[in-house]
Write a protein that binds this ligand. Structure first.
Ligand code: BTN
Length: 239
């Protein structure tokens, strides 16, 4: 069960640190949450910022079985977060932008960061919930949105967290039991990149799906399809 124990603080540097520093003594499923992070971590060394009391900021401690491939957890979480966003804000359509973003109408509402220490994974998830337009980062690589800017009303952050943990629990169990195969159809159905022009680390082409190992498929001009293990994806103009 995910969410027990829950370590909650008003403020910390990063819930990732809070959890990883105590990983040895905590059981799988432990969750650290905060109302505000002073040094929130994003992927690839970026910062993740939040105005206090507006976002869901959580880190979940997982100990995946040795036969599973931990980098796939970003996709497992992305799918769960997309589902939770739709539970919390009925009517919105959430998509996964490989490998770790959750988008609504091409705007980023959530991000996932998986960090490993020894055999433990801290799965960090940030969801923009009650930020106003003015409180969202204006200079983000991917334009940002919050549930509030999408629906025009405020949302209960604890309710969003509960939906998130419930969906993540279910998807994590499926992944542990059967690997990414168990989730692939649902993931592909939420693939926000498929068929669109993109660039990955300077190589441009068209996104051609996600393979059974969780790699992004990139079809380049020659027609060749490359499987991308990791990297930063930029959405290009469709025109
Ligand atoms: C990204 O999109 O680059 C990943 C962002 C992950 C942010 C979350 S907020 C909770 C947890 N603590 C952190 O410091 N980062 C993750």
């Amino acid at each position: 069960m995910l969410g027990v124990p829950r370590l909650h603080v008003a403020e910390c540097e990063s819930t990732q640190l809070l959890l990883l520093d105590r990983a040895a003594e905590l059981p799988e499923g432990a969750v650290a949450t905060a109302d505000h992070q002073t040094a929130g971590r994003g992927r690839l060394g970026r910062r993740w910022t939040d105005p206090a009391g507006t976002a869901v900021l959580c880190s979940v401690l997982l100990r995946p079985p040795a036969e599973r491939h931990p980098p796939q957890l970003a996709l497992v979480a992305g799918l769960a977060v997309a589902e939770a966003v739709e539970v919390a804000a009925p009517g919105v359509a959430a998509r996964v932008k490989w490998p770790n973003d959750v988008l609504v109408d091409d705007r980023k509402v959530a991000g996932v960061l998986a960090e490993m220490r020894d055999q433990a994974v801290a799965l960090g998830i940030g969801v923009n919930v009650n930020q106003t337009e003015a409180q969202l980062p204006a200079d983000a690589r991917v334009p940002a949105a919050s549930l509030r800017t999408l629906t025009g009303r405020e949302h209960d952050r604890d309710g969003v967290l509960a939906a998130l943990l419930e969906r993540l629990d279910r998807r994590y169990e499926e992944w542990k039991a059967a690997g990414l195969d168990a989730l692939l159809a649902d993931l592909v159905a939420r693939d926000g990149l498929r068929g669109r022009p993109i660039a990955v680390e300077g190589v441009s082409g068209r996104a051609a799906g996600i393979d059974p190992d969780g790699r992004l498929l990139l079809e380049v001009a020659s027609g060749d399809v490359r499987a991308v293990e990791s990297g930063q994806v930029e959405l290009l103009d469709d025109s």
